[in-house]
Structures are given as C-alpha cells and as structure tokens.
Design a protein around this ligand. Structure first.
Ligand code: HEM
Length: 480
C-alpha cells in the first residue's frame, strides 16, 4: 500500500514538473529568435503585465517604458503582457514607424476583453468594424458639421454649469466633467437631450468604461462582468431609440441629416446593404465611449492645472473674458471665437502631454518585418506609448514642468506630441474634442476661480489618468 502511495506521489510530482517545463518552455521559446528586440518575457501567462500596471496605479505609468528604454534600447523592446508577446515601439522613430505603416506592415488590434464587450465586432472582426466606422465619421466630423456643434456645446455647457456648479461652494470635478461630455455626446450623436434620459445612460456607461480594459474574468462582480452587463443594457436602450427613430424618419418627423444615428440608418454600403439595428447600436456605443471618457479626463486635468497655477489661470481668464466681452447678451460661441482661444488650447495641449487620456494604442504585425535592425514576427502584438516621448527630457525639457509655451511657434518636434495618435488611425474625434474642451474652459473660467481641496491628491492611471478622489475643488465665483 505504501508503495502505491509513493508511486502516486512520484507520478504527480513528475506530472507537475513536466507541465511547468512545457509551460515555461512554450513561454520562453517564443523569445529565443536571436534577432528579436531585447527585453524580458517575465513569468508564463502573466508575463510583465503587473510590472506594466503597478507604476500606473502609483501615478507613474511612464516608469515601465523608461526603465526598459534605458536597459534595452531607446526605440524598441520586447515584453509579455495581456497573455501575449509584445514589442513596444518608443520615441518619435517608433511612433513614426507604426503610424506610417498602417495596413502595410501593421494593423489595429484590441485585447479580447474589448471584443467580448462589443460582441458584433467579433462576428466580423474589430478591424473590419473600425474601417466601417471610419467611413461613417467624416460626415459628422467635417468642418461644417463641427461648426454647427459649437452652439449646441455652448448651450449644453451653460445648462451644465447652471445645474451642477453654480450656487455650490465645492464640487468634485471628474464626475461633473463626465456628465458634461456625455451630455454633449448624447445630444450630438443621438439627439437625446433630456438630462434625466441622459442620466439613465450615464451610470452603465461608467461601468462599461472601467471594465473595458480590465482583466477578462467573466465572474459575477468582476469589472469585466459588470461591463458586459452594462453593454447589453445600453444596447437594449439604444435599440429602443433606433426603432423610434426609424418610425420618425418614415413619418417625416425626423430629418435625414438630423444626427449620426439618422445617417447610419439611411446610409448603405457599396453593395447596397444597410447596417442592422444591432450593428448601429454597437457603433453608437463605441462612439459614445471613445468620445466622452477621454475628453472628460482631459477637462479634469485642465481644471487641476488651473487650480494649481495662478499665472496659467490668469492667462486663460484674460483670453476668455476678452471673447466673452465681444459677444452680445445671449449670443453663443462660434467658430471665430474658438480660433481666438490660442493660449487656452496651448494650456489644454500641455495637460494632454502630461496626462494623455489614452496612454497609447495597440497594433498587430500583419507580416514579418524588421525595425531598427530587430525582427518582428507576423502576429506579434505591438504598442506605441505617448509617454515615451511626452515625458522624455530630450523632446520636452523639464518634462514635469507645466509650460504651455512649448506649443507656441512650430510647437513640439514631429511624432513627439501624440495624445491623439497619428497617421491614418489618428483619432477622428480630435477636432470635436478640441471644441468641447475649449467651450468647457470658456464657461468655467468665466464663472469661477478655483482652489484644490486636496493639495497632494494622488493620480491613478487605470487605464486613464484620474485624480484618486476625483479632484474636489473650492469654487470662488467672480463678482458680477
Ligand atoms: C481628448 C480627447 C480624446 C483623446 C485624447 C483621444 C485619443 C485617441 C487615441 C490615442 C486613439 C487611438 C489612435 C490609434 O489607434 O493610434 C483614438 C481613437 C479613436 N477616437 Fe479618440 N480621443 C479623444 C476624443 C475622441 C472623441 C471626442 C471621439 C468621437 C467624437 C473619438 C473617437 C475615436 C474613434 C472612433 C477612434 C478609433 C479610430 C480607429 O480605430 O480608427 N475620440 N482616440
């Protein structure tokens, strides 16, 4: 009997050893090609995911990149994150290479979690879906359309400040900035403007946004599970709006040019196929996500800088009051006013440099290629990081200093300031974001001076940079 148990134990130990050997061998063998970029594979499965995320939780997302740029190479290193081998492209050379080889050597890629939260993307592949999205957007983000949004943004901002900021001594900025950008997106994309209806959507959107890039563990209570549920709830609500809009269009109650939703319903592809209702719901969902969380993180950091740096506040205040004085009572902001907000936009850019809402983006190698003398195998996942240049003293001297003058004249060197990416995949919402951010700054500084309530509030990057307590500030209204 004793022998039997001993044999069983030996078999078990051999099995575990063999499994571990296979696991480690499989993991590391992907990295044995001598011409791969330098770097580490880390542990099997998790790789260096924890090393990547943990400095972000402490407010220093650039640490992972800079440590490896220093140790291995300033242009590229390999790692293993999100369960896969990755090559991280760094500096202006890395950015330029990825941005200018879209669909030649690389294409966009999203982690599995994103595809699971947006199920229709899985049916056709997210690449195909994002191409469709790119085709639809110009109609809504072209100059004429953007110009017509400024008045809507200004009206929405005035209503937002009246209901959420005025007559208050203190506010928490981040949730309010989210309400502002979400209200505008709901109004411009799907013409939902009733604040109660907007609010009904907003809560599940927050769950969706925070679970989108979380660990893809679909168990009750995990952020990923909550995101999937939230996405299904929002999709159902959007489907109701889509069905109603179809009726309104058929009865002539809505104009074909009404908003992005009507456009999606009425536009067929090159084969005469119209998008399905579910497909439209997913596209709108994607746009609402892409379009509001990023801009609200940017608005929050702008407020943070205005509250911390009186001389920056003064510059923005002077510029905005000048514009406000030139308007007739009740007259809304327009395109010409926006063009005059040069200093304010430099301040916004400096906030985007120091706290880029998206830290970078993913790509996939569609063929074997060489970069900087190193081989990149087909199928490898790639990453570009805004911080590899934004926080680099070579391109931005004293990188931690808030200095909007960096954007005067010719501004930063090419491929060094990349909060919106670059090349054919550059954020299509860049101009829209510029407008809503400037309209926000105008309405804010016209009304208040601000003071941070927590002078040493920590910044947490998970995955967007956000002040840990949402940036509570004291408001000091200007005397009339
Ligand atoms: C401050 C605000 C914003 C920032 C910092 C930002 C940044 C970015 C970045 C870095 C990318 C990825 C580019 C790449 O893959 O290399 C992106 C993609 C995208 N953004 Fe934005 N964005 C902002 C606002 C918006 C807004 C307001 C909209 C919609 C109106 C929008 C729509 C999109 C879409 C649809 C994509 C995907 C494009 C594609 O895959 O081809 N973004 N954005």
């Amino acid at each position: 009997m004793e022998h039997f148990y001993l044999t069983l134990l030996l078999l078990f130990v051999s099995f575990v050893t063999l499994s571990l050997f296979i696991l480690f061998y499989n993991h590391w063998s992907k990295y044995t090609n001598p011409n791969l970029p330098p770097g580490r594979a880390g542990l099997p499965i998790v790789g260096e995911t924890f090393q990547l995320l943990s400095p972000g939780w402490k407010g220093h997302p650039e640490k992972f990149i800079f440590d490896r740029m220093l140790r291995y190479s300033s242009n590229i290193f390999k790692t293993h994150i999100l369960g896969r081998p990755f090559a991280v492209f760094c500096g202006p050379a890395g950015n330029k290479f990825l941005f200018s080889n879209e669909n030649k050597l690389v294409t966009s890629w999203w982690p599995d979690s994103v595809n699971k939260v947006f199920p229709t993307s899985v049916l056709t592949s997210s690449q195909h879906e994002s191409k469709k999205m790119r085709k639809l957007l110009p109609q809504f983000l072209k100059l004429e359309a953007l110009q017509s949004y400024i008045g809507i943004m200004d009206t929405t901002a005035q209503r937002h400040f009246a209901s959420d900021w005025e007559n208050k001594d203190e506010v928490v900025v981040y949730p309010l900035a989210k309400r502002y950008t979400f209200w505008i997106a709901s109004r411009i994309f799907i013409s939902v403007e009733d604040p109660d209806h907007v609010a009904q959507f907003a809560a599940p959107f927050n769950l969706l946004a925070s679970g989108l890039l979380s660990l893809p563990v679909d168990l009750p209570g995990t952020p990923f599970n909550k995101a999937i549920k939230a996405s299904s709830f929002i999709r159902k609500e959007l489907l109701k709006i889509i069905k109603q809009r179809k009726v309104d269009l058929a009865e002539g109650k809505a104009l074909p040019t009404h908003d992005i939703l009507s456009h999606m319903l009425l536009t067929s592809d090159e084969n005469g196929q119209f998008m399905t209702e579910l497909d439209i719901a997913d596209k709108i969902l994607g746009l609402l996500i892409a379009g509001h969380d990023t801009a609200s993180a940017a608005c929050t950091f702008i407020v943070k800088s205005l509250a911390e740096l009186p001389h920056i506040y003064e510059g923005v205040y002077r510029e905005q009051v000048e514009i406000a004085k030139s308007k007739a009572p009740g007259e809304l902001l327009n395109w010409d006013d926006i063009q005059k907000m040069r200093y304010s936009w430099n301040v916004a850019c400096e906030a985007l440099r120091l706290a880029p809402p998206l830290q970078g983006a993913f790509r996939e190698a569609i063929t074997d290629f060489i970069f900087n003398g190193f081989s990149i195998p087909k199928g490898w996942k790639l990453y570009w990081s805004a911080n590899s240049t934004h926080k680099n003293p070579e391109y931005f001297p004293e990188p931690e200093k808030f200095d909007p003058a960096r954007f005067e004249g010719n501004g930063p060197a090419p491929y060094t300031f990349v909060p919106f990416g670059g090349g054919p995949r550059m954020c299509p919402g860049k101009e829209y974001a510029r407008l809503e951010i400037l309209v926000f700054m105008h309405n804010l500084v016209k009304r208040f001076k601000l003071e941070k309530k927590l002078p040493d509030e920590k910044i947490v990057v998970d995955p967007m940079p956000i002040p840990a307590k949402g940036l509570p500030v004291r408001l000091y209204p200007h005397k009339a």
